[in-house]
Design a protein around this ligand. Structure first.
Ligand code: ATP
Length: 145
């Protein structure tokens, strides 16, 4: 059994009209709709989870996000890779959009979209991401305008 640790971003963007949109993407390989993330310390030794999250959001979606807060509950799941059972823990950070354009996303995502709050849960493919979004939304709704 292998343990893996990743970090990612649940990024919101407020429009002038007061509408809120969230950044979700479709993984090029497994085709699931997910939040951007990546393995901590995979590319850069000693990288902190915050740094991984911001970097992966930028690379995978073209968006620069600013961290608001780390979610209290990481997402966890099992999967099997070439016969090896893996348990992954994903630390998500609530982030606000700063700059960048989703047309600049890389090849790891086959699609990147900004979608309205009410559509996010049904778009996401996995239970643990849906739960992370519920927590992110709770925090978002408690923020002052
Ligand atoms: P990372 O972005 O952390 O480097 P990756 O892109 O290499 O990871 P994962 O997204 O973890 O890989 O996908 C590995 C396997 O786990 C795939 O089969 C995928 O369908 C599945 N998977 C991805 N996210 C979840 C989840 N939240 N819950 C359950 N299974 C998931």
């Amino acid at each position: 059994m292998t343990r893996e640790f990743s970090a990612g971003g649940i990024v919101f963007k407020k429009q002038k009209t007061k509408n809120v949109f969230w950044l979700v993407c479709q993984h090029s390989q497994h085709k699931g709709w997910v939040f951007p993330k990546g393995l901590i310390g995979d590319n850069i030794k000693g990288e902190k989870s915050e740094e991984t999250a911001v970097r992966e959001v930028k690379e995978e979606t073209g968006v620069e996000g600013q961290i608001i807060i780390k979610l209290g509950n990481p997402a966890t799941y099992w999967y099997v890779w070439k016969g090896d059972k893996r348990f992954k823990t994903v630390y998500y950070f609530l982030m606000e959009y700063v700059s960048g354009d989703i047309k600049d996303h890389d090849h790891e995502m086959s699609a990147v979209s900004w979608i309205p709050t009410e559509e996010v849960e049904k778009r996401l493919s996995y239970k643990s991401d849906k739960n992370a979004f519920k927590e992110a939304l709770k925090i978002f709704n408690s923020l002052r305008p």
